[in-house]
Design a protein around this ligand. Structure first.
Ligand SMILES: [Zn+2]
Length: 99
């Protein structure tokens, strides 16, 4: 008697860009002007900035409008941008990826 072992199923690769656009209202683009520098969000060794998050905070707040971070920090930085986003802003939060 032989036993058939099912082939491993490759998990579907989520379409991150579509996910971000649909559920977070984030516009994802690429950019060539993101300097490779130490990520100041996590300050981890070898965490190099490859991502830029651009939000639209109220003018009277001290929140940052744009911040560069490493890929690992993308989610918390996006969450911070959402938290500070101007009420009723017509500018979507943008996520730029170093090209
Ligand atoms: Zn980081």
């Amino acid at each position: 008697m032989t036993t058939t072992i099912p082939a491993p199923v490759t998990p579907p690769t989520p379409d991150l860009v579509a996910f971000l656009a649909e559920y977070w209202g984030v516009k994802v683009t690429t950019a060539s002007d993101i300097p490779a520098a130490q990520c100041e969000w996590c300050a981890e060794v070898d965490a190099i900035t490859t991502v830029r998050v651009i939000g639209d905070p109220p003018d009277d707040s001290t929140a940052w409008a744009a911040r560069d971070c490493c890929r690992a920090c993308t989610e918390p930085v996006l969450a911070a941008a959402h938290a500070e986003q101007r009420e009723g802003s017509r500018h979507p939060i943008r996520l730029e990826l170093a090209a």
